[in-house]
Structure formats: structure tokens, C-alpha cells
Design a protein around this ligand. Sequence first.
Ligand code: UDP
Ligand code: MG
Length: 325
Amino acid sequence: MKKNRLLSIVVPAYNEEEALPLFYEQLRDVLDELPDAYEIIFVNDGSSDKTGEIIEGFAAENASVRTVHFSRNFGHQAALSAGLQRAKGDYTISMDGDGQHPPKLIPEMIRLADSGYDIVLTQRIEPEGKSSFKKWSSETFYKILNKVSDTQTLPGGADFRLMNRESLDALIALPEFHRFLRGMVSWIGFRSVILPFEVPERLAGKTKYSLKKMVRLASDAVFSFSMLPLYIGLSAGALFFVLALIEAIYVLSFWISGRSSSLAPGWSSLMFMMLIIGAILMIIMGFIGVYVGYIFQEVKHRPVYICRTAPSEKKSSEASEASDD
Ligand code: UDP
Ligand code: MG
């Protein structure tokens, strides 16, 4: 095993004064057993309770703890991003500060990364028979998201994952403002493996994900990973166009069979104009939608592609590192 490897742990925390001390103890117990050096980055996401003081207390007694404080509550994904940007580790693990991402899985995640995976994802498995609003909404959400999006996101995926230096650098390089990290991690590619885990109860306190925050996350996910909503106009336009055609054929059939007198005067032309104008408007809106979509993709400034080190290069760099020791 390589010595002098640095492991970074990124923990976003919003009003977690009750859970943090317990979580920190669990985390320390696991990290102290590992042969690697570590740093823990706590990101205080504008908490209004004692979270800030508590993490400063950890930092005062442990030089491996670093802290970041937001000026207000910017949200979980922003807090994660801040921590990930500051992580210096060869491996970086992001996890919640409430104990729902059990620190005891860390050694297994490291083992999987050592066996050649760039990213170790985790997937929540809820205990059988337990039905909750959260579980149902999450399942429905991933089903819809994966239907409308080009990027496939792991259902039940959590922001509990390990990334090696190369994949994390690729993720950090994505500069977009609306961040749905689970989708972005899947978008950058790389070799990943899934580690399922059962979600334990919170150590203390209540969920910090209000319904409003969940809806915002879901809309960030849909609108930044799917262009489908923009194509709705175009599809509606096509539908109206088909309706206009059907109407024309219907009217024509009356003329051909010599029953044109049974048509109400003015009905056919009025109907036809309505359908055609509807179709034209919708189609034009659809075109504008497509252009907006292209503009949107451009302004996201995502790279056109991301490379990864070839396995052969990796082996040779490891060999040279070993000979340096
Ligand atoms: N969190 C955060 N900012 C927020 C909301 C949540 O940093 O605006 C943190 C929170 O402290 C926790 C993690 O994100 O460490 C996950 O939140 P929570 O446990 O409340 O979500 P749940 O597990 O209920 O989905
Ligand atoms: Mg939680």
C-alpha cells in the first residue's frame, strides 16, 4: 500500500449542532484506524445554530480539520462544491454530517478505489417494507429524470461518494451555477462502481432538506440535464398541424361525396385557420425553444470532452512513484 496518501473528507453541515459531535466521533474512530493521512473539511452552510462554533472547536484540537463558513445558507450542493474545490486529497469522500452516510463504509470505498475504480458511488437501499414519502418521491424523480435526460443518474444515489484526484479535477472544472452533483458526476464519466448501503436513522436533529429544497434540487436536475421541456412547443406544433390535416381531409370527404351542403357555412375555413395558426405559432415557439436550449448548453461552459489517463500510463507512473520511495 502507498504511504503518504492523503484522504479528504468533505462534510456540508447546516444547523447540525446536535448530530455533528456524534458524527465526528464516529468518523475519527474510522480514520484513526487507516494507514493514510487525512483532512476533514467541514462546510458550515450559513447555520444559525452552534454548528460554526462546533466545527471551529474540532479544528482547534485537530490540525487535520479545516473549516469553511458560508455567509448565508446557499444549500447542500453549493456546500459540497465548496468542500470539493478545497480538497487536496488523492481520494476525496463527500458525506453528510448527520450519520446517515456511515463512516464505517470508508475502508470499503478505499479498497474499491484501490482496485482500479476512479469513482465509488453509493446507493441507498431502504429497509424492505418501509414506505415513506421520501422514498416514493425519490423513486419517481429518478424514473422521470432518466427518461428525459441524456445523462443517466443512479436511482437512490447519494452524495456519499469517493472520487480520485483525476475524476474530482474533472468535476471541479465544470463551472455551471445550477449544480446537481449526482448528475454531473455521472456526466463526467470515468470508471465507477456502486456500493449499496442501508441508510441508518439520523444521529440527531431533523432533516434539513425542506420540501422547497427538494423541489429546487429536482428542477436543477431536470432543467440542467434535459432539453425535453424546450421541445414541447415543437411537438405541440406538430400535433396541431396533424389536426389541421385531418380536418382538411374530413371536409374534403364531404365535398367528394357531394354532401357539402350539410356542412355548417364557415365552419371548415374557420376551423382550418385556427388549427393552422396554432400549429405555426407552436412550431415557431419550438424553434425558439431549441435555440434557447443551444444557448443554454453554451453558457454552461461544460468542456466538450474529458480525457482520462490510459491504464498503461497509470501503471508506469505508479512504478516510478514506487522507485522514488
Ligand atoms: N445541508 C446543507 N445545506 C442545506 C441543507 C442540508 O449543507 O441547505 C446538509 C445537512 O447538514 C446534511 C446534508 O446536507 O449534512 C444532508 O441533509 P439532510 O440530512 O437534512 O437531508 P436528508 O438526509 O434528510 O435527505
Ligand atoms: Mg440526512
